[in-house]
Design a binder for this molecule. Structure first.
Ligand code: XMP
Length: 517
């Protein structure tokens, strides 16, 4: 059966994988392709439709990403978003210029009026908020196009040539701030491209298993970097399905796990029918981290040390250079580590393997690297993992090292472990865990004066962090009830030596990130 596919042509925007994710949410398979490879991808397996993403460039600047004009003659519908819309206009006889005055530049939420006679907006309200982020202005719309949406400041917020199936929107339908944005994408897929929406997570699961089998071969073995978190556990289940006992799961206890966590992971995986190994590497990690204060440097050291442990374990188990290393890397890890044209926010540990470790294996398998967290969870359910495992809150690979600001010591790790445990215990006791996506304590490097009993103290400040999110790319701080915060604060200051002040983090992501380092 012919596969229904959409190609998302990537022009370097921030939300490109989010567009892909929305397409998958509409049950249509999709691939993100860099714009330079457009024609090869579009002719090898012609898709039902093409989406041009946004991007930071200006179409009239010759150095900005351009598209091969042949793409407009393929007879395939196109939806251009933001920069993609301007590219469409620029190539088909319109004119795009830098906005001369501020009124033509639009950023943020904008009241927008739609022509619901246009297939893109069919069945949707005539008015709604859209999320704009463009500094360029479409001065002249191409001849064959008509206007399909406007705002108070801009007459051509959306354009269409329904005959050819070409649509352009100056706003971002893929972000949550745009009302009915996913419905607009669905209209493009179903009404314009004629997709039927037959793709399911089950299909992803089957095709991921098939391609893992093909890549690993009949004899190949895999060493999986297992943290016991959602991502690597889902990958363990996927690989176990694909290659059975040719999989070895290596769980590295770096001494920076939460209280009891190492034992819990071990207990859970001993029950699975997989090869499971626990490596106690506390000494090794703590000595490498000694005196290191810079967050990126800590991440680099931890990422590298993980790699060296995997290399040593591979030697121990006779895993050769015909075999593979697998990691549960997911999309936010990739994008925040600054791959492609994106800025480095923080290097996630699994992007920091030393080259000599990578070279030791035939390849590194990262089959989840295009999925968002909630998609990984859906895949876990598809593979039959328990709800408890699938819904576990994330715990970062570098562990408490990035929750201890400044240099890491065993003493600080023990202090933080105790405080974090009390926080988690009280949250669970109050039944608040179901309202939080992630919550943890951070040992700040700040010390301040307090008074306990009749004496002066000069101890550390602990920060509590609780967030709500689904994809972990953006997050809001959680409204934990004050009384509960009071109980937690009281218990920690009383029970944990070295902490005399508690603060609660009330910043969302962006502008902050979820972890502090
Ligand atoms: P940030 O702090 O970037 O975190 O907002 C987003 C999500 O990713 C987790 N995180 C990591 N996970 N390795 C991981 O496996 C890492 O190096 C890492 N850094 C952050 C973080 O806990 C949150 O869920």
């Amino acid at each position: 059966m012919e596969r229904e596919k959409i190609v998302v042509l990537d022009f370097g925007g921030q939300y490109n994988q989010l567009i892909a994710r929305r397409v998958r949410e509409c049950n249509v398979y999709c691939e993100v392709v860099p714009y330079q490879k457009a024609m090869a991808a579009l002719t090898a397996e012609p898709p039902k439709g093409i989406i041009f993403t946004g991007g930071p460039g200006s179409v009239y600047d010759p150095a900005s990403p351009q598209v091969d004009p042949a793409v407009f003659s393929l007879g395939i519908p196109i939806l251009g978003i933001c920069y993609g819309c301007q590219l469409l206009a620029h190539n088909l006889g319109g004119r795009v210029t830098a906005a001369q005055d501020d009124s033509a530049r639009e950023y943020g939420k904008t009241e927008t009026y739609f022509d619901t006679g246009c297939r893109l907006f069919r069945g949707l309200p005539e008015k709604g908020v859209t999320w704009m982020s463009h500094g360029d202005y479409m001065e002249k719309v191409p001849d064959s196009f008509r206007l399909a949406a406007h705002s108070d400041a801009c007459p051509n917020v959306a354009i269409c040539d329904e005959e050819r199936g070409f649509y352009g929107v100056q706003f971002h339908p893929e972000v949550n701030h745009t009302e009915n944005g996913t419905a607009m994408i669905r209209n493009f897929l179903y009404e314009v491209c004629g997709c039927t929406g037959s793709w399911r997570m089950e299909d992803f699961c089957k095709s991921a298993i098939a391609s893992l089998r093909e890549e690993i071969g009949e004899e190949g073995r895999v060493l999986l970097a297992l943290s016991g978190g959602v991502d690597s556990s889902v990958l363990a289940a996927l690989l176990a399905e694909a290659i059975g006992h040719r999989l070895t799961c290596v769980f590295v206890d770096h001494g920076l796990m939460r209280k009891n966590e190492g034992d819990e992971v071990e207990e859970a995986f001993r029950k699975w029918d997989v090869n499971f190994v626990r490596v106690d590497a506390e000494e090794r990690f703590l000595s490498k981290l000694s005196g290191v204060e810079d967050p990126q440097e800590k991440r680099r050291i931890i990422g590298a040390e993980f790699g060296y442990v995997f290399r040593d374990e591979a030697e121990r188990f006779g895993i050769t250079n015909r075999d593979f290393l697998a990691q549960g890397t997911i999309y936010p890890d990739v994008i925040e580590s600054g791959e492609g044209d994106a800025d480095v926010i923080k290097s996630h540990h699994n992007r920091l393997l030393p080259p000599e470790v990578v070279a030791r294996f035939k390849g590194v398998l990262e089959p989840l690297s295009l999925l968002f967290k909630d998609e990984v969870r859906a895949l876990g359910r598809e593979l039959g993992l328990s709800e408890q495992l699938v819904m576990r809150q994330p715990f970062p690979g570098p562990g408490l090292a990035i929750r201890i600001l400044g240099a890491v010591t065993k003493e600080k790790a023990d202090t933080l472990r105790e405080a974090d445990y009390i926080f988690r215990e009280e949250i669970a006791r109050a039944g608040e865990d179901k309202n939080l996506s992630q919550y943890f304590a951070v040992l700040t490097n700040a010390r301040s004066v307090g008074v306990m009993g009749d004496g002066r103290t000069y101890d550390y400040t602990l920060a509590l962090r609780g967030v709500t999110t689904t994809d972990f790319m953006t997050a809001d701080w959680a409204r934990i009830p004050y009384d509960l915060l009071q109980t937690i604060s009281g218990r920690i200051v009383n029970e944990v030596k070295g902490i005399n002040r508690i603060v609660y983090d009330i910043t969302s992501k962006p502008p902050a990130t979820i972890e502090w380092e």
